[in-house]
Design a protein around this ligand. Sequence first.
Ligand SMILES: Cc1ncc(COP(=O)(O)O)c(C=O)c1O
Length: 384
Amino acid sequence: MLPVYLDHSATTPVAPEVLEAMLPFFDRAFGNPSAIYAIGQEAREAIERAREQVAHLVNADADDVYFTSGGTESDNWAIKGVARAWRDRKNHLITTPIEHHAVLEACSALREQGWEITFVPVDSTGMVDPDEVRRAITPRTGLITIMHANNEVGTIEPIAEIGAIAREHGIPFHTDAVQTVGKIPVDVQALGVDMLSISAHKLYGPKGVGALVVRRGTPLRPLLDGGGQERGRRGGTYNVPGIVGLGAAAERAMRCGVEEMERVRALRDRLVEGILQAVPDAVLTGHPVNRLPNNAHLAFAGVEGESLVLSLDAVGIYCSAGAACSSGDTEPSHVLVAMGIDPHLIEGSVRFTLGKDNTPEQIEYTIQQVVRAVNKLRSLRVSG
Ligand SMILES: Cc1ncc(COP(=O)(O)O)c(C=O)c1O
């Protein structure tokens, strides 16, 4: 039963069928896809198959899928690439304070180049109000970038409504869908987005590969200048095994996604219910309903989240205090601060994110161990 891995929003293991699809492209079919001889063309065909697989998963045109080195690059490209395309004609961007650092830091870089950034607020569940987005629009607005679901608390944002507003005003709209693709249905047409970021390692694919889906006609300059790869829009020799892995992960998500997530959702609900019933002064953070099916973000008064993570690690349970990318920081989570969560609860917050291999036994064990660890940490605080 051990270890119990409950940090799937940080990363996921590569699924066996994904690994199997990738392996030939490390050695036997190692050719450069840009070469015209047979092993080059075999790699090229594999890349085009992966493009179809990714497009199918998000209901996009295969021609609109561009492979990147992951979510961070996709976010940077969307934001900086649109700014480059506008040159001096637009210089205002709308986003939220709960975005991933890949978005927040790319926005900071634009601010240094004279862009004004408006952060539309979120409520105490982490939800954006589309009307706030509408009110923030000015004639200088050149981009709206709002995440599909938050990586810490799991809240799913009203992207289709925001997409309609963006379209009405003719403003390019980007969404960071790194946490939703493979977990909930994602349809670029229904969402009305012009650009959408994907990362393979969140859906049982390999690390260091992702995609940016770009609707034709979106003003977007390249971020990486180089060879003519990706129709001249993203230079760099193809990461063929990685791209094949992303394609296989997308196909796997098409095949197993809905059923798998319903099973995971039931386990997540049991985990939340079990902990909230047994631990006084514990709360579920994020939206009660509109949240990722695998996310349980809980805050425990009178406990330090990091101490709880370490206590659980000692009994074979892996989870995280705040977002994986920022753990180790001494700063409180920017997401929880923006939601207006009480600082004492922020300090005691822990994220459990479930995945395909978790079992009911693991969840019962986790409930027991959380109860034990929280009681112990609280008693140490009182006696200390
Ligand atoms: C919402 C979100 N965006 C972007 C990223 C960055 O993706 P990558 O790790 O592929 O660079 C992450 C990773 O945690 C994420 O959760």
